[in-house]
Design a protein around this ligand. Sequence first.
Ligand code: ATP
Ligand code: MG
Length: 360
Amino acid sequence: IKRVLSGVQPTGSLHLGNYLGAIRQWVEFQDNAETQDEEGNLIRTENFFCVVDLHAITMPHDPTELTESTLSSAALYLAAGIDPSKSRVFVQSHVTAHAELTWLLNCITPMNWLERMIQFKEKARKQGESVGVGLFDYPVLMAADILLYQADQIPVGEDQRQHLELARDISRRFHDLFCKGNKYKKLCKAAGVPSRPVFVEPNAMIVKSGARIMSLSDGNSKMSKSDPNDASRINILDPPDVIREKIKKCKTDAQVGLEWDNPDRPEATNLLTIFQAVQPGRTREDILNEVGDMTWGQFKPVLADAIVNHLEPIQERYKAIREDDEYLWQVLKDGADAADEIASRTLKHAKIAMGFAVPP
Ligand code: ATP
Ligand code: MG
């Protein structure tokens, strides 16, 4: 059995980058949950999709908005095609093992590994003096998320690659420190559990197209929930007129005609990438044939229509789900129960390996 785990922070409204770079890929994994290996054996994949609210408080947040953002994110997972009968959907803070394992991992993670993290440097710069310890520790919490489920495949956008490598390093360090030689075996025996590896080394699955959707106001920076300028992103729940207005005003350049991969024209690459991503199945060639010779003024309404059409059914399903949150709460409870079962088993092994007095 294989496990896939991924999540989005409820730090604001989810945008096209989250959808194209993360959630839409999850739906594909879910729908390919049963595959065969070379020998024809069935491999089943268990999928866990998490709303990472503990991560969301690493930046200043508004307590009156966190609950709504959490429910809204979970509902968007479902609206985008995550099916709770096939995948587990849960809220990170509902499974206490995440916070607990983070503490254990904190104590074996060298500070200088975290000082190298690009996302920390970027987000810390925006906050000046008041940067919290939690922001520094964000990648360790993420390592705990992944390692708890012994997930071997982690679908993320390009921006999370460095954090994923850190999770691998932490997992290796833990095994080097606590699982080599006879000590671990003895401790497991004393605790009456099998001495299996505590963690599985995770692999990043970076998607090619849509892996990094850029801001509408700057083709060189990532589309982000935390950008204070709402016009820099298309939120999945933006109404059609808002989407049209944002595309109309988005940054372009003074050249005529559209092209991919010209380093001097990041906006052209980004908007073409979005155009292609919201029309699954279309090739670059096919798209350039249609819009390659257009001016920006001609292309923008065509692009806006394509986005609106693609998001419409998702928005409708979202509305239906949010009519009554009872169903959503039930999905989250079932998800948390299933997640907790696996997470507490891993946590127990980690504690035993470190020598804690784990009650029999
Ligand atoms: P924040 O600004 O609060 O960090 P974010 O927009 O970066 O928010 P996250 O919750 O940090 O969103 O990331 C959730 C998932 O979405 C991750 O898998 C991440 O790789 C992916 N992702 C985020 N932004 C983009 C983007 N612009 N393009 C593609 N994928 C993205
Ligand atoms: Mg982010």
